[in-house]
Write a protein that binds this ligand. Structure first.
Ligand SMILES: NC(=O)c1ccc[n+]([C@@H]2O[C@H](COP(=O)([O-])OP(=O)(O)OC[C@H]3O[C@@H](n4cnc5c(N)ncnc54)[C@H](O)[C@@H]3O)[C@@H](O)[C@H]2O)c1
Length: 318
């Protein structure tokens, strides 16, 4: 907490330190571990605690604990307060356990001085500052229109599309967005593995050729450039990090709870689990690793971060 208030971020990202220092110096940002004064002195609370997947299911303990803290602080709150869930949570969580925890701790029903909404976070780790400044969309799932309007005031300056919907739809949008990108990565790895098994096929050129489809690489006058989505259509070690693996696993288990089979999501996770071992097999084939010392540069799950969570490089060195 001291470090943040001194303008020193606990995580690495280009531009983050300057931004944090400037906000602290201007007095527009301060960190505290005491939710009560923070909630009494503000109009909006964003809940963005971790929602890890444990044994294939979303663990709600942090989000419920945070909702209880918010509820306890709302007891003495005067003036309308909006609580927004920013964590990635399965459909029904905001209107279910989160609402129930706040109502029981505050003694106030939703709408009685406070509103509830779900505002999924789409920023990419390592590019959070840039993504926050230039969002592609803002999704707000609110329980009523007054809350949606009050909440959207914090995004008044942004001109990107703003989608207002129900909390459950907003919750689903986040899982579908991450699962689609993870699916593209596993598809790319399946194809990349197949290409490397065929003499004379250069997987890198296969992807370049695919990327040049005008639906993936828009033609804009003389300028031809790849859309961001092509970053996910490229073979490699598989996806990692704190979001894709846990979110695909949570959506898969959610599918089962609503009685739907998840054959695609099963395959996406299966391919991803095997992919780091493919790299070892490839090295073994080309170099014969026995008795060799191998230096591995970079263990983070992707460039631009220092985050090792679920990094596919870890099973490679283990
Ligand atoms: N990391 C990303 O790039 C990213 C992107 C989009 C969405 N998300 C979602 O955002 C959520 C948080 O992700 P993260 O990677 O920042 O997780 P994280 O585990 O790194 O950070 C969560 C933080 O919340 C703190 N915390 C837990 N309970 C608290 C409480 N009651 N009061 C105050 N603080 C509390 C934890 O100590 C931790 O520092 C997850 O649901 C994730 O899926 C993350």
């Amino acid at each position: 907490m001291k470090e943040i208030n001194a303008g020193r971020p606990p995580i690495h990202e280009v531009g983050l330190e300057e931004l944090l220092r400037s906000a602290c110096n201007k007095g527009v940002l301060s960190a505290t571990t005491d939710a009560r004064p923070a909630i009494l002195d503000s109009e909006v609370t964003l809940i963005c605690v971790g929602t890890p997947t444990v044994d294939g299911r979303m663990d709600m303990s942090q989000i419920v604990a945070a909702a209880k803290e918010v509820g306890a602080a709302l007891v003495n709150k005067r003036g309308y307060h909006v609580v927004a869930v920013k964590s990635t949570v399965l459909p029904g969580t905001t209107e279910g356990p989160v609402k129930a925890a706040i109502e029981s701790e505050s003694g106030k029903r939703v709408g009685d001085g406070w509103g509830l909404c779900m505002n999924p976070e789409f920023l990419r780790e390592g590019r959070a500052v840039e993504d926050f400044r230039v969002p592609d969309r803002i999704v707000v799932g609110a329980t009523d229109s007054m809350t949606a309007e009050a909440f959207l005031r914090i995004y008044a300056e942004f001109t990107c599309p703003k989608l207002v919907t129900t909390p459950r739809t907003a919750e689903m949008i986040k899982y579908v967005s991450n699962s689609l990108l993870a699916t593209m990565i596993s598809f790319s790895n399946e194809i990349g593995n197949m290409c490397s098994a065929v003499p004379g096929v250069d997987a890198r050129l296969v992807w370049k050729g695919v990327h040049l489809d005008r639906r993936l690489t828009p033609i804009n006058g003389q300028v031809v450039g790849p859309a961001g989505v092509t970053e996910y259509l490229w073979h490699g070690l598989g996806f990692g990090g704190s979001c894709f693996p846990k979110d695909v696993a949570a959506l898969r288990s959610f599918g089962r709870t609503v009685g739907e089979r998840t054959r695609m999501l099963d395959a996406v996770l299966d391919i991803n689990a095997d992919q780091p071992l493919r790299m070892v097999a490839l090295l073994e084939k080309e170099l014969s690793l026995s008795g060799k010392t191998v230096a591995v540069l970079g263990l983070a799950f992707k460039p631009g971060t220092d985050d090792l969570r679920e990094s596919p490089a870890l099973p490679l060195v283990a």
